[in-house]
Design a protein around this ligand. Structure first.
Ligand code: ADP
Ligand code: ADP
Length: 226
């Protein structure tokens, strides 16, 4: 079964200048355990698409299915990691990691144990009482990923999650994050305007192209390079 199926999604926004077509008849699917990147220029509808998959935004038409279930609102299956979604500097790493659970009122002994294991596995446990600005950019990104993983989402949506990092850090972090996601057996969709990031991270790339204000085509490129 596919983890994600996007069927014929269109999205129109009403604005002062009239209607904006952000997405037009978009369809694709993502297999369980696959890491897909959606790449395209700024304004082509990537964030809109992720918001629709997450259930935060309802499309003008079309449907999204997660594991064969139609999306009608936000789902616990989804973990959402945003570029802006930085760690809070006034909270320790532990308190940051627990935040996703606190919001969901899901701070159980079991969840704390999961947080401990994730922090230990990915080399952050000894830093759990530090504050984010005492850690490197790569460590902070790992902590942000752990904060998402601790809620046990099956599908991770990453919206330009690494754009704020400098180039060298990004290269290292991309490899790091990819192997964590694979090791934890998650499905991931990364949207980015940076094709080199797609190439370095994804199992498969979907290109959203922009024709005057709207998406016209999706091309899929199967990567096979060993
Ligand atoms: P991307 O993530 O690829 O940069 P977005 O999904 O943010 O693209 O935006 C796609 C298009 O929809 C853009 O033209 C943008 O200006 C427009 N748009 C996005 N959100 C809104 C909104 N809330 N209201 C009106 N227009 C929007
Ligand atoms: P707060 O309510 O301010 O988060 P806690 O009593 O939860 O304080 O935590 C106190 C300290 O112990 C924190 O610095 C945190 O890093 C650590 N801590 C709390 N719970 C755990 C836990 N389950 N496993 C490991 N460390 C923990």
């Amino acid at each position: 079964m596919n983890a994600v199926e996007v069927h014929n999604i269109s999205m129109k926004y009403q604005s002062l200048n009239g209607e904006i077509t952000a997405l037009k008849n978009i369809g694709f699917s993502v297999q369980d355990g696959e890491f897909v990147s959606i790449v395209g220029p700024s304004g082509c509808g990537k964030s809109t698409l992720l918001s629709i998959i997450s259930g935060l935004l309802s499309p003008s038409s079309g449907t999204v299915w997660l594991n064969g279930e139609k999306v009608t609102g936000t789902s616990r299956k989804i973990g959402y990691m945003l570029q802006k979604d930085h760690l809070f500097n006034w909270r320790t790493i532990w308190q940051n990691v627990m935040l996703g659970l606190e919001i969901r009122k899901a701070v159980t002994q079991e969840a704390k144990e999961r947080a401990r294991i994730l922090l230990k596995t990915y080399g952050l446990y000894e830093f759990k009482n530090r504050y984010p600005d005492q850690l490197s950019g790569g460590m902070r990104q790992r902590a942000a990923l752990i904060r998402t993983l601790v809620t046990d989402p099956q599908i991770l949506l990453l919206d330009e999650a690494f754009s704020a990092l400098d180039y060298q850090t990004r290269l290292a972090v991309n490899d790091d994050i990819y192997s964590i996601i694979k090791k934890e057996n998650r499905t991931a969709i990364l949207v980015t305007h940076d094709i080199s990031e797609s190439i370095s991270m994804a199992d498969r790339i979907i290109v959203l192209s922009k024709r005057p204000g709207m998406v016209k085509n999706i091309h899929e490129i199967k990567l096979s390079c060993s």
